[in-house]
Ligand binder design. Structure first.
Ligand code: DX5
Ligand code: ZN
Length: 216
């Protein structure tokens, strides 16, 4: 199983995004996690296409774009043009999710589907074989620095079972409240990719914090 860390730039210093990108480039993190919020699907507004485009110029690593927006299908082509590699949409935000996943693939990206903490994993039964990643939200989306919802660990195990049963190769990503304490149990439960905002950018030595998560 891969152990990928995707530092969330939502917790970076927005005045110094170039420095944050350089830090992640020099670290063992393989992905950049970019949280796009619209103030509708989630109560917060973060950043959008210009920031994704700017970070594309700052790295060759995988750009992992997490859309927390209503009707994300409207912006698939734009995020591809901005340089996204993975585009993750919320199950709760896209009525014709199968079509949205197809559109993400047709645009040349890998497709992720995210589940809010209240959303049961049965919602992805039918599309599990065609997605590249399932994102288990372990906080209610909208803000960094929240506390990990403990029941998410069991949800990760059940997602792993579902993917095996459906013969899906999708990665499992966990996002929200990830830290040095819960990283090991999450990897053991079947997570492949851990998103970490506060645990990385809030640490005195972010490169060391990333290494600690990988080696948890
Ligand atoms: C929350 C975002 C997360 C957030 C994680 O809505 O999707 O990616 O930045 O931050 P931490 O790791 O601080 O919970
Ligand atoms: Zn996120």
């Amino acid at each position: 199983m891969p152990r990928i860390i995707s530092p969330s730039f939502l917790s970076a210093d927005f005045l110094h995004l170039g420095d944050a990108a350089r830090m992640v480039n020099e670290s063992r993190a393989e992905w950049f996690h970019l949280d796009v919020m619209d103030g509708m699907f989630v109560p917060n507004i973060s950043f959008g296409l210009p920031v994704v485009k700017a970070l594309r110029k700052a790295t060759d690593k995988t750009l992992d774009v997490h859309l927390m927006i209503e009707r994300p299908e409207r912006y698939v082509a734009d995020f591809r043009a901005a340089g996204a590699d993975y585009l993750t949409v919320h199950v709760e935000a896209s009525t014709h999710l199968h079509r949205t996943i197809q559109a993400i693939h047709d645009a040349g990206m890998r497709a992720g589907v995210a589940l809010n903490p209240h959303t049961p994993i049965c919602m992805i039964e039918e599309i599990a074989p065609i997605v590249d990643m399932v994102l288990i939200m372990s906080v209610n989306p909208g803000f960094g620095g929240q506390q990990f919802i403990a029941s998410s660990l069991d949800k990760v195990s059940r997602t792993r079972d579902l993917l095996l049963r459906k013969r899906s190769n999708a990665l499992i990503q966990v996002d929200g409240g990830v830290n040095a304490e819960n990283a090991a149990p999450l990897f053991e439960a079947g997570a492949d990719v851990l998103v970490a905002g506060n645990a990385v950018f809030g640490a005195p030595d972010p490169v060391a914090a990333i290494q600690q998560l990988i080696e948890a």
